[in-house]
Design a protein around this ligand. Structure first.
Ligand SMILES: [Zn+2]
Length: 211
């Protein structure tokens, strides 16, 4: 995987073409644009139309030992280990290694891990909130961690059929679940994990079947 990637953008509205170069290995320097996904948007210089760019990329923060990989096809963790660029094979030992299947989850994962939060806790919080809200609003489709606000509480973005809205959960709720995660969940190994809503759903099913 090269550090940057050349992309030929063609406007789907007016046909304007432009070749741009984007980081494929993303570092802290582009953290904000990755977190809000603006890095993956191309604005047509002629008509202003905006295109979303999808390409496999990786976010690496060596200081905080974070490696997040966005891949749009399905791969298992062993395949990922093998395909990890050679220069990262040794240098990322004991990093937090994650992979994501959608760009939205990729941006979210950077927000969570860069924010110093435990992503397993965030996914469990999300699934519980999703389930609770689904009782009164069946049109709820997706939920993403947005940020910790100035009061330290956790803000989430909710997508329903009506469009996006937000919900804020007290940080004490995060801490409560986090304590449970630390106490009861196995310590993560030095390998890639996909920790998303499906993962959270599996954990809850497992707990239910053990009860
Ligand atoms: Zn255009």
């Amino acid at each position: 995987m090269e550090t940057t990637r050349k992309i030929n953008c063609i406007c789907s509205k007016c046909g304007e073409k432009e070749e741009i170069e984007l980081p494929q290995i993303i570092t802290e320097e582009n953290r904000r644009e990755t977190e809000d996904l603006s890095l993956f948007k191309w604005k047509c210089p002629k008509c202003g139309h905006i295109l979303k760019l999808l390409y496999p990329c990786m976010y690496v923060n060596e200081k905080k030992k974070i490696l997040i990989w966005y891949i749009n096809d399905l791969k298992d963790t062993e395949q990922l280990e093998r395909e990890l660029p050679e220069r990262f094979q040794q240098s990322t030992i004991l990093f937090m290694k994650r992979f994501c299947h959608t760009l939205e989850e990729f941006g979210e994962k950077v927000r969570v891990l860069e924010g110093g939060l435990e992503d397993r806790t965030i996914e469990l919080l999300k699934i519980m909130t999703f389930a609770r809200m689904h009782i009164s609003d069946e049109t709820i489709e997706r939920i993403y961690f947005y940020r910790r606000n100035e009061m330290n509480n956790c803000e989430f973005t909710i997508f329903t059929r009506e469009g996006p809205s937000g919900i804020t959960l007290p940080f004490s709720m995060y801490e409560e679940i986090n304590e449970l995660v630390e106490r009861e969940m196995p310590v993560l190994q030095d390998r890639f994990y996909c920790i998303d809503l499906d993962w959270a759903g599996e954990q809850i099913m497992q707990r239910k079947s053990e009860e």
